[in-house]
Design a protein around this ligand. Structure first.
Ligand code: SF4
Length: 346
């Protein structure tokens, strides 16, 4: 085994985190954990993983669940397309593949929502196939240790790192290597302030030797952030039922529930928002006020949401739910927080 892999796996065997999806070769559990952990820190993802496994111990139970139920369980984790794809894939596996996960990297890649990283993780952890995981952690570790200066914001660079990582992965323990490099990237060779002073890889590390830690990996493109302005409306009838709607368009929070909304191009004046609602409901809005104290900003990877809440009355209430049923619906986090605070729910 090369020096890098030997040192890395030795370190991992002494320092590994005991995580529930590491004590199994069940492809379903590994897949579930990988989908949950995309874009999510381990500590945040762990309770979700446990909740999903408790509700759906096998792919059959997940396939039989309703999408509303899956989204509700996913509530707060963000990137809801992951949950929708996961549910779709569970049904696909049950109906097309008789409940069996494909047992190799190339076939795993055919599943919806399963990209190179997830396919490599499942193939190596469940089936011991020697294919390396490559994500932001791996880019960073390999760029620094081996002095790779290819720009990681360019798509074709992935191949460069995949080839390098595949050349390092030991055939007899690809699962340990993949777990080790992921842990090393998130615990030691961190994006900011890596623990170089105590790092066992100093001798091998190009960036350490040539003082290039801040420059590697190379990433030229910055993510463009779009500003969006959402004005949500709380409509409450005399029985304190509230109007909700489902977001059906191909946009953030697809299929989640929300309060009626008017989206404006910039921070709108009061009368513009009111006119927007009147158009939407085709009727007059009465007692229209802004709930100033609930204004907030919500940051997503590519979007910054400027959110305001309003309150009003209408004559014809449709699509209402009881206040007590709010908990049964999957709402985006800012709306869930607003409703909780507004109704003083625990
Ligand atoms: Fe990463 Fe620093 Fe270790 Fe190099 S010496 S592998 S940059 S933590």
């Amino acid at each position: 085994m090369n020096n890098f892999s030997r040192k890395l796996t030795n370190w991992y065997l002494d320092n590994q985190r005991d995580l529930p999806w590491r004590n199994t070769t069940d492809a379903y559990k590994i897949w579930l954990s990988e989908v949950i952990l995309q874009q999510t820190r381990v500590q945040q993802g762990l309770p979700y993983y446990e909740r999903f496994i408790a509700h759906y111990p096998t792919v059959y139970q997940l396939a039989n669940a309703s999408e509303d139920e899956v989204l509700k369980l996913w509530e707060g984790l963000g990137y809801y397309s992951r949950a929708r794809n996961m549910h779709f894939t569970a049904k696909d596996i049950v109906h097309r593949l008789e409940g069996k996960f494909p047992d190799n990297y190339n076939d795993l890649l055919q599943l919806k929502g399963v990209g190179n990283y997830t396919a490599a993780a499942i193939a190596s952890f469940a089936f011991k196939e020697a294919v390396a995981v490559v994500d932001g952690n791996v880019y960073r570790v390999l760029a620094r240790v081996f002095g790779v200066s290819d720009d990681i914001s360019i798509n074709r660079t992935r191949k460069v790192f995949q080839t390098l990582a595949n050349s390092l992965i030991p055939a007899h323990s690809p699962d340990v290597f993949n777990q080790a490099i992921m842990d090393f990237g998130s615990l030691v060779c961190k994006p900011k302030q890596p623990l170089c002073a105590s790092c066992f890889m100093q001798e091998e590390c190009y960036a350490f030797r040539y003082d290039k830690i801040q420059e590697l990996p190379v990433k030229s493109k910055k993510i463009k952030v779009k500003e969006r302005y959402f004005n949500f409306l709380l409509l409450e009838d005399t029985q304190k039922n509230i109007v909700v709607e489902q977001r059906l368009e191909d946009d953030i929070w697809k299929n989640l529930y929300q309060l009626p909304v008017v989206e404006t191009a910039t921070s709108a004046v009061f009368s513009e928002v009111k006119a927007g609602y009147e158009k939407q409901f085709q009727e007059k809005i009465i007692d229209f006020t802004e709930l100033d104290e609930h204004q907030l900003r919500h940051q997503l990877t590519h979007q910054r949401l400027h959110i305001r809440f309003f309150k009003a009355q209408i004559i014809d209430f449709k699509n209402t739910i009881a206040q007590n049923d709010i908990q049964k619906y999957a709402f985006p986090i800012p709306i869930k927080k607003f409703l909780k605070k507004y109704y003083h729910q625990s």
